[in-house]
Write a protein that binds this ligand. Structure first.
Ligand code: FAD
Length: 446
């Protein structure tokens, strides 16, 4: 009977240690981050990173040959649930986006020389990276329509185009760029684009600005500690052949590899955010009095608490199940479950934060609590990494792919099913045509 919701006691010790360092060391530092220079931040966080490495938990999403733990998705999910509480924890554990996904992409596609040049320094935290697929003038939801292109010149490629929302690009040492290299209409649409590394300061690549967003409403190029979501112009930007990752036409396959595992980790980080907001919600409900009694006594507040608790638990279990399918049946088998949690989890996070703000009234809306900033950040999750509608469509397609159409009445059509049951159980009936049914019912009811 292999149906077990418990955590291995040995691994629970690791999770307890992670919780301790996240709540007691990283959360307080995050409150002061904006008051620190990048140098002061490094001084504060480098010793923590060393502790994480000594504990063997650095970059745990990677396989052992890449310096990680090869934990599998389920333990990672349990880790990320704790790391998700505060923004800098993933960085201090060596698995912050976009570097974690980019390192997975390079691990799949890079040759030995490329690994030496970009992957190992990225994993060691000596380089930082960005990923540029989305464009302002084509739909990111359908990357087969992108316009940025690369054409052959000499021993390399010339890239032209416009990208935006490339997270971290304004401070990154290199950008992974998704560009069309094959314009032949006979080539399948998913084989027309290739992936290039473009290093910082390469002539022809210009980071124009960090786009202002709900989370960071002010435009700028680069922030004190990390890049925002950059707009980048490529104008006759030449890169040598050795900067292509994988083979021509591999960009879709590589981008897919980058996204899927990351979605499980994202989802568990959202569970961590939900829990933090939920704890705040409950504390406020039992503390704040209205008309002489705590908010907790009001049924409308109880509904918010109960609904949030159930939604968070359902989301958590769905995410752990997605991780379990991935570990036991492989990434392909987990695709539906991953899309389901991406869509459902972003919604749950949004709704739980909304209720937590509501219960705190004006204070919830203020910057005196972390809720408003968590809420502004959470809104993007319904768009980035695939908009809600794209995941909904994908799930429905996967479900319906295995459903057979019927001619005529539905399979559950009662008259037909009853007729079949009568034929099968005729020997038990008072009269085979059903005429004795009413009398039998009356008898049974006595
Ligand atoms: C905070 C943040 C960080 C990001 N980081 C990166 C990054 O590092 N690198 C990068 O390349 N990109 C990044 N993105 C971009 C992100 O991947 C895209 O925004 C996303 O893929 C959607 O593309 P789009 O914005 O072009 O919207 P569109 O594709 O134009 O879609 C707009 C809307 O149309 C609707 N829609 C789309 N498809 C369908 C459909 N099939 N059925 C019904 N409705 C549909 C949805 O409502 C969708 O929100 C980031 C975005 C955000 C917000």
């Amino acid at each position: 009977m292999a149906w077990d919701f418990s955590t291995d006691p040995e691994f629970q010790k690791e999770l307890d240690w992670i919780r301790e360092i996240v709540i007691n060391e990283i959360e307080p530092l995050d409150l002061l981050k904006d008051e620190m220079s990048p140098e002061a931040w490094r001084r504060a966080t480098d010793p923590l990173k060393e502790q994480v490495k000594a504990r063997g938990l650095w970059a745990a999403h990677l396989d052992p040959e890449l310096g990680g733990k090869g934990f599998g998705q389920l333990p990672l999910a349990l880790m990320h649930e704790i790391l998700g509480r505060t923004p800098s924890a993933p960085n201090i554990f060596g698995n912050q986006a976009p570097d974690s996904g980019n390192s997975e992409l390079l691990a799949v596609g890079a040759n030995e020389a490329q690994r030496e040049r970009w992957l190992w320094p990225l994993l060691a935290g000596k380089l930082s990276s960005s990923f540029a697929l989305t464009e302002p003038h084509t739909a990111g939801s359908d990357p087969t329509g992108i316009r940025t292109n690369a054409v052959r010149e000499g021993d390399g490629w010339v890239i032209n185009g416009l990208k935006w929302f490339a997270s971290n690009a304004s401070v990154a040492d290199f950008v992974l760029v998704f560009a069309v290299t094959d314009q032949d209409p006979a080539t399948p649409r998913h084989r027309r684009a290739s992936m290039f590394v473009v290093e910082r300061d390469t002539p022809g690549m210009t980071v124009v600005r960090d786009v202002g967003t709900m989370a960071h409403p002010y435009e700028g190029t680069g922030t004190r500690h990390s890049g925002g979501h950059a707009e980048i112009v490529f104008e006759n930007c030449w890169v040598p052949d050795e900067n292509m990752i994988g083979q021509p036409g591999d960009a879709f396959m590589l981008a897919q590899r980058r996204l899927n595992g990351g979605r499980i980790h994202h989802a568990m980080r959202w569970v961590g955010q939900c829990r933090r907001a939920f704890e705040m919600m409950c504390e406020r409900a039992v503390s704040r009095k209205v008309g002489g009694t705590p908010l907790a006594d009001r049924q409308l507040i109880q509904q918010m608490i109960t609904k949030s608790s159930i939604e968070i638990e359902a989301f958590r279990l769905m995410t752990l199940r997605a991780a379990w399918i991935w570990d036991n049946q492989g990434p392909k088998a987990a695709r539906q479950a991953v899309s389901e949690i991406k869509y459902w989890g972003a919604q749950v996070l949004h709704d739980v934060l909304d209720r937590a703000i509501q219960i705190h009234g004006a204070m919830g809306y203020s910057t005196d609590l972390p809720l408003e900033s968590m809420y502004r950040t959470a809104r993007n999750f319904r768009i980035s990494d695939g908009a809600d509608e794209v995941h909904i469509q994908q799930v429905a397609r996967m479900i319906l792919r295995n459903v057979q159409p019927v001619d005529g009445y539905p399979s559950e059509y009662v008259p037909a099913r009853r007729a079949e049951a009568r034929r099968r159980f005729a020997h038990l009936l008072d009269s085979p045509d059903g005429a004795g049914q009413a009398a039998a019912g009356t008898e049974a009811g006595k």
